[in-house]
Ligand binder design. Structure first.
Ligand code: A2P
Length: 354
């Protein structure tokens, strides 16, 4: 008989959690679900959501919530993961965590299933989902690295509000309405650039070059994550120097789907833009949208709601052989979060790891 699983979604009421519910529902042929628990904070306990056409009451997440649970899909913030996931592991569950809580721990696999699925076998109960901006970037970098070698990556991000949760999307929309009504936007700036910091700025009609906290190094923590997660995923070492990576992360007034301008230098100086396009287009989960004659290129509006990573505007740096520019867009809440989490769980089920 096919194995069936008890699944818990931690953070089920959030921007990512609600999408985890949707994505899991679409994969029931691959992850047979026996029972589902929808967990959130005390505030949401008693709220009724739906799973597979059935009403499910949201419960407050406590350590005992994980009794009898086989798989946890989690996106309720780093501190909640730190507190509750070890409790879930103690009770025998395997957790795929979308927060940054465990990503840099050496014995926690950091996995994008198309890129480094072999790492899943090394788990000790927790698998980390990379940061949303890292995931979509490594989807394009992996085939380039495999075919042409990768020397350096310079990325500037154009990140949507949704990466900071549903309340950040709501804040952007309220501020936009304020602006149109001729009202003060500052009064509604309560979350961005980042919840825990002292100052908050409007994102509507603005750009914020701060995602997560600013560190003494001069980089934001988001930039730090992109650098070290990329190395851990591609080279299995968060501090590896074989690929140099640097990042500038910017929040833009877009509700959902991140854009990234990425500049790469490859080892194979003879590689052409057509070669790069070919290997990127062949990579599973990537869609090449690159036809300048017909003005075809990836955009947040067209990527939103899709699982794929879209790549376009691939062009050589004519002043530097072996160097290329490209533009990458993906739904940060799906491939960047909910879908990658469900896909990791599904890959483990397929590999017999759960
Ligand atoms: P709640 O809706 O009850 O606050 P987002 O990323 O969109 O901000 O969503 C965060 C998710 O994490 C929500 O589901 C939220 O639940 C949940 N969450 C926040 N704090 C806790 C907590 N202390 N315990 C469990 N879930 C939490």
């Amino acid at each position: 008989m096919t194995k069936q699983y008890n699944v818990a979604i931690l953070g089920a009421t959030g921007a990512v959690g609600t999408r985890m519910i949707e994505q899991l529902q679409m994969e029931l042929d691959h992850i047979p679900v026996k029972g589902i628990k929808l967990l959130a904070s005390k505030r949401s306990a008693g709220k009724v959501l739906e799973f597979n056409g059935q009403p499910v009451t949201v419960e407050e997440a406590t350590p005992d919530s994980f009794d009898g649970v086989d798989i946890v899909l989690s996106s309720a913030g780093g501190s909640v993961s730190k507190k509750l996931l070890p409790e879930a592991v103690k009770r025998g569950a395997v957790c795929v965590d979308n927060t940054s809580a465990f990503r840099m721990e050496p014995d926690v696999p950091l996995v994008v299933p198309e890129v480094n699925p072999q790492e899943l076998a090394n788990h000790h109960g927790i698998i980390a989902n990379p940061n949303c901006s890292t995931i979509q970037m490594v989807m394009a970098l992996k085939p380039i690295y495999d075919h042409f070698g990768l020397n350096q990556v310079i990325v500037s991000t154009y990140q949507a509000a949704g990466g900071a949760g549903q309340s950040a999307i709501d804040e952007l929309l309220t501020e936009s309405q304020d602006y149109i009504n001729g009202e003060d936007m500052q009064k509604d700036a309560k979350i961005l650039p980042t919840k825990g910091d002292k100052k908050h700025y409007p994102l509507a009609f603005n750009l914020l070059p701060q995602i997560d906290v600013l560190e003494d190094s001069g980089y934001s923590h988001e930039e730090w994550k992109m650098i070290h997660e990329t190395k851990k995923i591609l080279l299995n070492d968060m501090d590896a120097s074989a690929i140099k990576v640097t990042a500038t992360c910017v929040r833009v007034p877009v509700p959902i789907s991140h854009g990234e301008s990425v500049y790469v230098t490859v080892d194979d100086r003879d590689a052409t833009a057509d070669d790069i396009k070919r290997v990127v287009a062949d990579f599973p989960g990537v869609v090449l949208q690159d036809d300048i004659k017909h003005q075809l290129y990836p955009q947040p509006l067209t990527a939103t709601g899709k699982r794929e990573t879209f790549v376009g505007r691939i062009r050589p740096d004519y002043e530097n052989p072996g160097a290329f520019n490209m533009w990458i867009v993906a739904d940060d809440l799906l491939k960047g979060a909910a879908w990658n989490t469900v896909e990791n769980a599904e890959t483990m089920v397929e590999q017999g790891l759960i």
